[in-house]
Design a protein around this ligand. Structure first.
Ligand code: C2E
Ligand code: MG
Ligand code: MG
Ligand code: MG
Length: 276
């Protein structure tokens, strides 16, 4: 009878599970095999100095070409990968692939790789970074890791320790999506970061909202005081870029400067394809 009850419960669970939950489970299954099946691809988005227009580097953005579902955006599968643990092999693949690629470039451009809080919570990530740098021969100062404010709130002490080890190699750390999280200014003070990436929500509102502009100014002042450059994300128009120039923002990234694209289109000699 106990078994019947269990079966009933399980069946009830199955039918009441909504489409979203079902599709999450299917995606999680497929994610574990995505690396081996060669379904993952990296796109590269240029990051430029606002003043000179010089290319500073490229952010690496993951794309998943699912054989049946087509291309799935990272916002749809990264959270699932974090939940089921597949982010560890996937994150390792991203890091290795990006460093291997950048090491072949005949320039000093940096490569910015997003690091999941789950990866940072994993004790081995500093060793992994070290090993990948050795294996690929990329000089450490050309690697930047992007982490979000939520990472800092998680297991703060452990995250700090890991980041200090990584920084000791010469790798730099950027705070991603700054201004949207919950981190306190105190956390910021204690945190060993090298760049602030201003969340793109401020850019999209800068022209219509004096408040957004005031916040951008305040964060630029903060960056100056802490002596770390500020990069504005999500720059889509010339006039947004002009505002950043006026306000003294250091770096910018966004569709106006270049969309994320496959590596063939950003390799040296193909700069023209960067134009928006
Ligand atoms: P993010 O790190 O903040 O990356 C910037 C996102 O903004 C990218 O979305 C990029 O395509 C988009 N973007 C760039 N310029 C513009 C613009 O001018 N306008 C607008 N509207 N959007 C712009 P994407 O590629 O969909 O990635 C979304 C998020 O997924 C990333 O946000 C990052 O948090 C995560 N992600 C992507 N690749 C990886 C990865 O390899 N590892 C991890 N852990 N997370 C990743
Ligand atoms: Mg990022
Ligand atoms: Mg961002
Ligand atoms: Mg983001």
């Amino acid at each position: 009878r106990a078994k019947d009850a269990l079966t009933e419960t399980v069946c009830f669970y199955e039918v009441s599970m909504d489409e979203a939950a079902r599709s999450r489970r299917l995606i999680a299954n497929d994610l574990w095999q995505a690396v081996e099946r060669n379904e993952l691809q990296l796109h590269y988005q240029v990051q430029k100095a606002v003043n000179s227009g010089d290319t500073i580097g490229y952010e690496v953005l993951l794309r998943w070409h699912h054989p049946v579902r087509g291309t799935i955006p990272p916002s749809d599968f990264i959270p699932i990968a974090e939940e089921c643990g597949a982010i560890l092999p996937i994150g390792e693949w991203v890091l290795r692939e990006a460093c291997r690629e950048a090491a072949t470039w005949n320039n000093e451009h940096k490569i910015a790789v997003n690091l999941s809080p789950v990866q940072l919570g994993n004790a081995d990530v500093a060793d992994l970074v070290h090993r990948v740098l050795l294996d690929t021969g990329l000089s450490p100062h050309r690697l930047e890791l992007e982490i979000t404010e939520s990472t800092i709130i998680g297991d703060k002490e452990r995250a700090l320790q890991t980041l200090r080890r990584i920084k000791a190699f010469g790798v730099t750390i950027a705070i991603d999506d700054f201004g949207t999280g919950y981190s306190s200014l105190e956390t910021l003070r204690a945190f060993p970061f090298d760049k602030i990436k201003l969340d793109r929500s401020f850019m999209s509102e800068v022209e219509a909202s004096p408040e957004a502009k005031a916040i951008i100014r305040a964060i630029l002042a903060l960056g100056q005081t802490l002596r770390v450059p500020v990069l504005a994300e999500g720059v889509e128009t010339r006039s947004q870029l002009d505002i950043l120039l006026d306000e003294g923002c250091d770096e910018a990234q966004g569709y106006f400067l270049g969309r994320p694209m496959p590596v063939e289109r950003i390799r040296p000699g193909s700069e023209t394809s960067e134009a928006a």
